[in-house]
Design a protein around this ligand. Structure first.
Ligand SMILES: *[C@@H]1O[C@H](CO)[C@@H](O)[C@H](O)[C@H]1NC(C)=O
Length: 121
């Protein structure tokens, strides 16, 4: 019985905090959403679901590794908070209506970390 409890506590220590409100990756995604002119397109990005279950978001071990939001008619400036996701390797924002191109300070990050960046209108 005691070993069962230990297992539960250990697995919670590893995963529980990544779903907490104060999770920095969740905050980054929320500020990206809030910077949009049409944030309601991402209605699934809400408080009732863990951010790893949000549309377009893929996690591995609780970290956001892929953000794929093509052709959702997302409109607005491009929030730099997107580029603070430390484990992101795939970013697909093609066929949306972002005003900005890749910000200059981001392009080095892109070369290092992103397998695929699709940009467009
Ligand atoms: C929250 O997201 C879920 C899917 O993740 C969706 O079914 C639900 O309608 C959303 N709630 C609101 C208030 O948009």
């Amino acid at each position: 019985m005691a070993s069962v409890w230990v297992l539960v506590l250990v697995s919670c220590a590893a995963t529980c905090n990544v779903f907490a409100e104060g999770n920095p990756e969740r905050e980054s995604l929320i500020s990206f959403k809030n910077s949009l002119e049409n944030p309601r397109v991402l209605f699934s990005w809400n408080g009732t679901t863990p951010h790893c279950n949000w549309v377009g978001v893929t996690c591995e071990l609780g970290r956001v590794v892929s953000l794929s939001l093509p052709a959702l008619f997302l409109k607005g400036p491009l929030s730099p908070s997107l580029f603070t996701l430390p484990s992101l390797t795939v970013l697909d924002l093609s066929s949306n209506r972002f005003y900005d191109q890749i910000p200059p300070q981001i392009s080095t990050v892109v070369h290092h970390y992103y397998h695929y960046v699709a940009w467009g209108h």
